[in-house]
Design a protein around this ligand. Sequence first.
Ligand code: PXG
Length: 448
Amino acid sequence: MGGPYWRMPDMLRPNSLDCYWMPYTPNRAFKADPRMVVRAEGVFYYAPDGRAILDGSSGLWCCAAGHGRARIVEAVQRAAAELDYATSFNLGHPIAFEFANRLSGILPDGLDRIFFTNSGSESVDTALKIALAYHRARGKAGKFRLIGRERGYHGVNFGGVSVGGIMRNRKPYGPLLAGVDHLPHTLDIARNAFSRGLPEHGGVEFADALERLIGLHDAATIAAVIVEPIAGSAGVILPPKRYLERLREICSRNDILLIFDEVITGFGRTGQAFAAQTFDVKPDMITMAKAITNAAVPMGAVAVSREIYDTMLANAETGIELFHGYTTSGHPLACAAGIATLDTFRDEKLFERVRELAPYWEGAIHSLRDAPHVIDIRNLGLIGGVELEPLAGRPTVRALEAFRKCFDAGLLIRCTNDILAFSPPFIIEKSQIDQLVEIVRGVLKTID
Ligand code: PXG
C-alpha cells in the first residue's frame, strides 16, 4: 500500500484508524485505502503529500465562500476568547439576537423568526415539531400527519428519516414515526433528460399527488408537507416547472404548512439567498444549516413565519410556548461564524456571482452529454448532477469508481446511486470549472 496516506510524515499520521467510526462510510474499505486531506484554502483541499484537490462539492455543500476565509476564522477566534459558551435557556447573549436579525434580512418577507440548532438534521426535526405544536396551539391537534417525498433527504434523526424517502436510510430503523406518508419524487428522465434548469414536464401532475394523499387521509389530519426545493442527496432532482407553486396552492387551500428544507439550497446556491426566492414560492418554514456558517462551526436554523410564532406565543397561557431546544442553540462561536459568513457573502457579492457564473456552469456541465455512460445532466445555479447508466446488475459501482478516480486526479465530487453531484464554492473561476469538467470527462473515459 503506497497511497498518499501511507506517505504522510509519521508525525501527521494518526497512530491508528481503528477508533474513529466514520459516518456514511464503508469503514473497512476506507481504512484499507484511506483518502485524507489535511488543509484547505480557497477552492482547494490539500492531501498529506501536498497535492491540491479542487473542491467540486464545497466540502459537502457547505463551504460556499471557499475554504479558510480569514474573516470567518478571526470572528470565531474573537468570539471564543470573549464568551466561549452561554446557555440560551432563559439567558441571552447579544450575538445570537444579532445573528437572527441579520438572517431575517436575507429571508423571504415575514419568515423572520429564527430558531437555532446545530445541524440540518436538528433543523428538520425542529421544524416538524413546531408544525405539530402550532396546530395544537390553534386547537387543531388532529392535524398530526407529516408528508415527505420519495428520495427526499432530511437528515438522520427519527423525524427526518421518517419523512425522508431514501430506503437505505430507513430500512434498519424499524417503524419510524407513525402518521407519515410520501409524495412521489419528481425525477422523470424519460420526459425531462438533459433539461437545462427546471424541467418542463410533470410539475402539476407530481404536485397533484398531494391531492390524492389528502383524499386518502383527509386534510384535517395533515400538519405539514416537507420537501427540498431541489433534492440534493438523492442526486440533484429539480422541481419541474409549476411544481412548487402548485404544492403551495394545495397546502394553502387545505390549511397544511409547507416546509422547504433548504439545507443545501440555502445561502446563495441557486443564485438568491434561498431557493424560495429563486422560485418565488414562500413556504411557512425554511430549514437551513451547512453554509449558514460556511461550515466553519456546526450550526443549523429554522426560519418560521410570524403567523406561526405569534400563534404559539399567543396560545401559551403562561410560561414556555415551545418545549424544545438544544444546549448549544445559538452558540456564540457559531453565531460569530454566521455573521462573518453573511458579511463575506454580501461584501464579495457572492450570490450575484452565482447568478453570473450559472450560464457558464450550465454550458460546461452539459458539455459532458457525449461522455461515456451519461444518461442525464441536471443543473441550476451552481449545482450540477450527472447521471450515469448503472453497470448491469451492479448499481452504484460505476459512480463510486468515478468518485475515486476523480479524487486521484485532483477533484473532489459527491456520488450517490449512479449520480455524480457537483456544488463548487461560489469563488470558483471559469478556468477551474473547465478543469473540473475535463477531469470528469477524462475519468468517464477510463471506467467500465
Ligand atoms: N436536509 C437536507 C436537505 C440535507 O441535504 C440534511 C437535512 C441534514 O443535515 P446534517 O447537517 O444533519 O447532515 C441534509 C444533509 C450528499 C449529502 O451527499 C448531503 C447531506 C448530508 C450527507 C451527504 O449530498 N445533506
